[in-house]
Ligand binder design. Sequence first.
Ligand code: ACO
Length: 362
Amino acid sequence: MAKVTGLEGVIAAETDISLVDGENGYLVYRGHWAKDLAISKSFEEVCHLLWYGRLPNGEELAALQSKLVEQRELPAQMRQLMDVLPLSLPMMSVLQTIIASIDYAWPPTIEQAISLTAKLPVLIAYRYRQQTGRAFVEPDAALAHAANYLYMLTGQRPEEAHSKALTAYLILGMEHGMNASTFAGRVVLSTQSDMASAVSGAIGAMKGPLHGGAPSEVTAMLEDIGTKANAEPWLRAKLEQGERLMGFGHRVYKTRDPRAEALRLVTSGMTGQDPWFDLAIHVEETAIRLLEEYKPGRRLYTNVEFFAASIMRAIQLPSDLFTPTFTAARVVGWTAHLLEQASINRIFRPQSLYTGAQPESQ
Ligand code: ACO
């Protein structure tokens, strides 16, 4: 009998939230191509789509925007807790602890989803500034979600191109079907535990390197390549040595990863606005040509990590903020799933197959 592990291929729930189709390279959020949303919609519009099931009209968008801005305010209790946590505690553990301390009642609500989504970037920025010995920068109500995050991290108003790129990254990171953290959150909520506990559980799952990962190997590659002129000799040398190029190939997507494709479009639309975007586009084109030469027929394309890394590098996000930033995106999908889970709730209680020793007969 085949080993029973990992729930691969098991359908754990029906969902209206997203479709992930690796064979065809499809990623759909509630009937809309995620790549189109990333290019043409705001973070707040896509939040509305995932939570309420449809894109907002002007009035609905304005209402959601102002609620998200209002909810950026950190309660005194949260700040106090943050101030007593050891500075050496990793950011993901800090987020998990602070979110777990929120006292929400069952059932989960959209208001709670809004509050968690609004607060996560503020918590990350608060902690980051603390860890780097700088004063907290209060959120700026005039700035949209992604721009405000960058502003709170750096204390400076971000460039338009950087806010746009980060927005696209956040939209594409929001949701990806029944991934490990989403499933973990749904399992916690299915016990009729509250939304904050479920999100805290999801953050715990996201923390592991097999899930939250980090595009830092791609960042290192881009930094090492440094200039467009160095791209071809650098990449060729790696392939000659039989090494893999970071940010290329995917276990599931055997065609273009739709998230990489969307981030490529956003990035290529901004070449000339940041040297890292220019370098990333050039490295991608060169690498695809060389991979076809060295690995013909293997269908190797850029994966999401490649463009995520070039965006992170362009906005100068330190590598230990990559996974927390991914978390600040995925919280939107988690909370949409938690609302959906509550609407059809039945406790998750799978079986296990006992393979241990049998007792001696009585
Ligand atoms: N660079 C060069 N060659 C590659 C690469 C690459 N990035 N990826 C695969 N290949 C080659 C392999 O050497 C192999 O060649 P061979 O037929 O001569 O032996 C062939 O393509 C198939 O390789 P597999 O390992 O079977 O491909 P698989 O689909 O299992 O691997 C993986 C997927 C692990 C992502 C791989 O492409 C890889 O190592 N990429 C680089 C690391 C990376 O970018 N990781 C981030 C993944 S994205 C994400 O996790 C969200």
